[in-house]
Design a protein. Structure first.
Length: 119
């Protein structure tokens, strides 16, 4: 079992930055593909970014490419999402998730952290 806890959300103005963290429990964090997702009110949850266990393979949604950076520190069992040049449309609850079997199915989810970007 893996528990994921996000932190770092908040209220910022457009153009500013935030860094989200996702702390994971368990000894096998470094074997999992990890991802960030977000969900705005009235919309479906959408993919933001994912990172392989080694950090060698990273994929971003087109909407955040060039502005967001995903990273992980396996020694600290922590994943990060650096968000720069934030826009009002980035406002959402951000979730981290773990793909235990590298199957594309995320088995474990955090509780989410709110990011609000004012114009």
């Amino acid at each position: 079992q893996v528990q994921l806890v996000e932190s770092g959300g908040g209220l910022v103005q457009a153009g500013e930055s935030l860094r989200l963290s996702c702390a994971a429990s368990g000894r096998t964090f470094n074997r999992y593909i990890m991802g960030w997702f977000r969900q705005a009110p009235g919309t479906e949850r959408e993919f933001v970014a994912r990172i392989s266990w080694s950090g060698a393979t990273i994929v971003y949604a087109d909407s955040v490419k060039g502005r967001f950076t995903i990273s992980r520190d396996n020694a600290k069992n922590t994943m990060y999402l650096q968000m720069n040049s934030l826009k009002p449309e980035d406002t959402a609850v951000y979730y981290c998730a773990a793909d235990r079997l590298s199957s594309g199915v995320y088995n474990y989810w955090g509780q989410g952290t709110q990011v609000t970007v004012s114009s």
